[in-house]
Design a protein around this ligand. Structure first.
Ligand SMILES: Nc1nc2c(ncn2[C@@H]2O[C@H](COP(=O)(O)OP(=O)(O)OP(=O)(O)O)[C@@H](O)[C@H]2O)c(=O)[nH]1
Length: 245
């Protein structure tokens, strides 16, 4: 099957990034979206919104049904500065995935990540209480990410010791600077998307004329035309909407 074919199934995946300021949330998103890194990134104001399409190639699928699946990542990159904290529930509400980021070289940022995980657990508990039959479509999965792996020397230990409350959370180590660990993190997120999160394209108004530039990366077909918007002072976007980055 050729990849000029259109996807047969599509899943919208709402992702939110949370964590202390300067741990590298925006840099992780940039690495994922455009496989690039910006040394002079400015702190996010409010939140930034980025979209990214990932096509799942045949070898990613556990069946021989000639299906091409598409995951539409809708990523909210929140500002880590304390003054924006009260806005954050607005972004994790209705999210499918929360990526809680800390800096592997900064113990305080791990404590902050622990606070976020506890807040998210309370949200999940209350949400499940309200909806007794929660499907994967409307549940929230937490991924804990220690970033700046490149700053840990081989001799050093594996980063700060984990508080017990974080023991049952999936954890990953990344470097937005080198790209190490980014594919592992996002492949896990993709693998955790369940069948009931996909809808048949026949049921959607899919734009059959859209042209996507696809690139093979670790078995995934990656659409390099990521869109972004939001209020990040470094790129000057002041409203939501698609533009190339
Ligand atoms: N060495 C190293 N530096 C990184 C890495 N990721 C980000 N940085 C740097 O850390 C600083 C903060 O990165 P950001 O991506 O802006 O951090 P943030 O968590 O989005 O910060 P806020 O927007 O304030 O919440 C920048 O100077 C980045 O260049 C990494 O993996 N390794």
């Amino acid at each position: 099957m050729g990849y000029d074919n259109h996807p047969t199934k599509v899943a919208d995946l709402k992702v939110v990034l949370l964590g202390e300021s300067a741990v590298g949330k925006s840099s992780l998103v940039q690495r994922f979206a455009t496989n690039s890194f910006d040394n002079n990134r400015e702190s996010t104001i409010g939140a930034a919104f980025i979209t990214k399409k990932i096509y799942l190639s045949d070898e990613n699928l556990n069946n021989n049904s000639n299906e091409l699946k598409l995951i539409n990542f809708q990523i909210w990159d929140t500002a880590g500065q304390e003054r924006y904290k009260s806005l954050t529930p607005m972004y994790y509400r209705n999210a499918n995935v929360a990526i809680v980021v800390y800096d592997l070289t900064d113990y305080q940022s791990l404590k902050k990540a622990e606070n976020w995980v506890n807040e998210l657990k309370l949200y999940i508990r209350d949400n499940q209480f309200e909806n007794s039959s929660v499907s994967a479509k409307n549940s929230l999965t937490i991924y804990l990410v220690g970033n700046k792996l490149d700053l840990l020397s081989i001799k050093e230990n594996e980063g700060p010791e984990f508080p017990l409350s974080l023991n049952n959370i999936q954890t990953y180590k990344t470097s937005a600077l080198t790209g190490e660990g980014i594919d592992t993190l996002f492949n896990s997120i993709i693998n955790d998307v369940t069948d009931d999160q996909f809808v048949d394209v026949d049921d959607l108004d899919f734009d059959k004329n859209s042209k996507n530039h696809k690139n093979s990366r670790n078995g995934l077909l990656v659409d390099l035309t990521a869109g972004r918007g939001g209020t990040n002072s470094s790129d000057g976007f002041t409203e939501f909407g698609g533009c190339s980055c």
